[in-house]
Each structure stands twice: as structure tokens, then as C-alpha cells.
Design a protein around this ligand. Sequence first.
Ligand SMILES: Nc1ncnc2c1ncn2[C@@H]1O[C@H](COP(=O)(O)OP(=O)(O)OP(=O)(O)O)[C@@H](O)[C@H]1O
Ligand SMILES: [Mg+2]
Length: 445
Amino acid sequence: MSLESPVLEIDPLLDDRKNRIIVCCGSGGVGKTTTAAALGVRAAERGRTAVVLTIDPARRLAQSMGLTELDNTPREVAGIDRSAGGSLHAMMLDMKRTFDEVVVQHSDPERARAILENPFYQSLSAGFAGTQEYMAMEKLGQLRAQDAWDLIIVDTPPSRSALDFLDAPKRLGSFLDGRFIKLLMAPAKVGGRAGVKFLNIGMSMMTGTLNKVMGASLLRDIQTFVAAMDTMFGGFRTRADATYRLLQAPGTAFLVVAAPERDALREAAYFVERLADEDMPLAGLVLNRVHGSGAAQLTAERALAAAEELEDWAADEAEGSGESAESAGPGESGGSAGGGPGGSDVALTGKNDDRRIVDHGAGHADSRQDRPDDAGTERLAAGLLRLHAERMQVVARERRTRDRFVSVHPEVPMIEVTALPGDVHDLEGLRAIGEELAEGQPAAA
Ligand SMILES: Nc1ncnc2c1ncn2[C@@H]1O[C@H](COP(=O)(O)OP(=O)(O)OP(=O)(O)O)[C@@H](O)[C@H]1O
Ligand SMILES: [Mg+2]
């Protein structure tokens, strides 16, 4: 018997106007971007003025939402049903540009230009681990301050670990406040030859490699950079703190997205605990890409047993009629229940051997029309039963993985979304996901 969690109710979450920010987080590839986009579509069609901040959406999904360029500004998504009075804007995060915007916003034009043109800044802004996470939060702060939307749905970067996302602002803050930068700053403040000399010693120890890469102008660049960034360090820390508070505030809801796989759910469990530690409000867990079956009443064991029986009949038939399995022509139709094991030498014991099954099907196209119950049909049916059995084993494994999570966190509301047959790359697909998020029941089950 499987364990039950409280149901995560998505529509009340989307409809409650007090909810202003929904953050979709989770480990890599589990469906964060898809879930964020699907929630955006559903929220808008239920009347919210929503904006979705996506990060690296798949190309086709981006196109279907009208996101053809990284311009860091939300654009209205066409094709949304606005009859409930809502609308949807979407944007893709451009990390570098967001960093640039922060610089421009917090320094005078001359200083901003000096920073933006500085090679050290250019490598820092693009390459620092966690910058993307930090910039997503920075952008969230900007969108919130604009106050043009009553619901902001935030996708999070494809981090190695879901936790990076929470740690990044602090990490970037401590990097900018850190010893390395302080050391670099010292000579810039002191200035003059003595300063350069001092910096030289520090630099030769710490950034020999950088020096080689960047050449002789490195020192000058770093000094300019550090002098120009000096006034901004406090700002970064302050804003990281402000975003942190925004994430803790009422009106923010976190959705942890996971796939029904061991690693993803383990990561989700850590994340759930971490959110609690940080006083960040968890709305629940979206278990995405769950496999189901329209014929769940037929267990894997029974399907396998039936498949074996059918294969035995087919083998008997082929033998009884003196035909080889490959050319089973007209013969006794049907078989007696519990057909003997005598035909095991030609029985199809290969699990999941699609090719063989298909060959049979094709080879018997004609005879099957006349004799729907001949050996070919039986083998085909046996193949389908084996496929069904495999599917049921996947279903069972996913259920066990899910139950393990529930036994550790029985309090976390959960909703399951089935694995759709193809990628989710258009509004229709997003609506289907939204439907499942809200109903909690796959259409097929
Ligand atoms: N329920 C689903 N059924 C079928 N395909 C899905 C489902 N959810 C997501 N996908 C597909 O899985 C792939 C990964 O989804 P998505 O990009 O949303 O994951 P992600 O968590 O944002 O990944 P990343 O960590 O790389 O950002 C996409 O191709 C998407 O179309
Ligand atoms: Mg993504």
C-alpha cells in the first residue's frame, strides 16, 4: 500500500492574490522550467497578471512563448486566453546583461563605463560560479520592484545541486567582501608606486595564472575595476539580503520539483529541509514525469504469466502444425488452457524482443486477417503483455521511491504530473501540464 501525502492544491495557490511570488526549484532536468511556464499559463488564464522568469528554456518552448531573443525584458505571450482578465508575460534571464544593469544602476555613467569595459569585470560577470543564481534573484528583485505584475513565477538555474540556488547570493556576497578582493583593493586605495608594488607581491602569489592569461595590462585593469566596484560591494550584499527577506516574506511560495527518481527525490528532501531551516515557505512538491498505466488493474506478474502462456500456445501451435515459428501458416487455432511446456524450444523467451515480435506481425499480415487467433497474433499479444509488465514495474519502482520520500516528509503536500509522450514545447502542452498540476490526476488514469 502506498503512503499518502496531503494534496498540493495548485489552483487555490494561483488564485490567492496574496501570493505574489512562486519559485520553482529542484535539481537539474526535472522540469522546473516546464512547471514554471505551465503555472504561468494557468495563472494568466485564471485571471492573474503574471510574469514568468525563465532560465535557459528549451528552444522550442521559448519560441512557443514568443521568447526569441535574450533581451532581459518581459514580453507578452500571445495565444493566452485573456477572458478571465489576466495576462502572461515571459522573459529569459540574460545573466550578463542583468549584471550590467546592476552596475549601471548603482554607479555614475563614467564609472559604469569603466567597469563594463574592464576585462576583469567581463570575466567575473560571466564566469563566477553562482552568478546565474545570484542574477536570477537580482532580476526577481527588479521585477518585484516594478510592481507591474501581481504574480511572478521564477524558474531557477540548472544547478548541479538544488542547494546552490540558496547559497549563491551569500557566496557571491562573501566573494565580493572576501579576502581576495580586499587584497586587491588595498593598493587601489593607497595608490601610487608603493601600492602597485604591494599589489604585485600579492598578485604574483595569487593570480600567476590569471596574469599569464590576461597579460601586462592586468594590474591596471584590476585596479580600475576594484576602484570602480568599491562603492558597490555594500550594495551587492544589501541586495542579496533584501532578496533573501523577500523569499521569506508572506506571499512567496516555493515549489520543489522532482522526478520520481532516487537522486532527484533525495535532493528534493534536502531542499525541503533547507527551506525550513531558512524560514522559506514551502508550498509543496511537484512530482513530475511520473509513469502511469491505463490498465493498472493488470499487474506485472499476471501480465508476464499471461505472456508466457500465450507464447507457449503459439509454440505448441507452430510445432503441432509442423511449421517453424518463422513461417507459422494455417494451423490449429487457439490452444488449450495451460498449454504444455513441450514447445519451449521455440518459445519466445527473450524479454522485450520487439524486433522478433514485429517480424512475426508483419509476416502474418495476411493470415491474421483470416485467423485472428493464430500464432502470430498470440506472440504479438504476448509482446504487448511483456511491455505492459515492464511499464508496471517502472510504476512500482517510482511508487517505492515516492513512498520513501513521503515516509521522511509526510507533511509535504504533493502533486503528481504524468510523463507526457513527447516534450512539452507549446501552449497546449503547458496547459495539459497545468491541468494535471491542478487536478492531481492524469487524464488517463
Ligand atoms: N511531464 C512531462 N512530460 C513529458 N516531458 C516533460 C515533462 N516535464 C518536462 N518534460 C520535458 O523534460 C525536459 C526537461 O524539462 P525542463 O527543461 O523543464 O527541466 P529543468 O528542470 O528546467 O531542466 P534544467 O535543470 O536543465 O533547467 C524538457 O524537454 C521538457 O519538455
Ligand atoms: Mg530549466
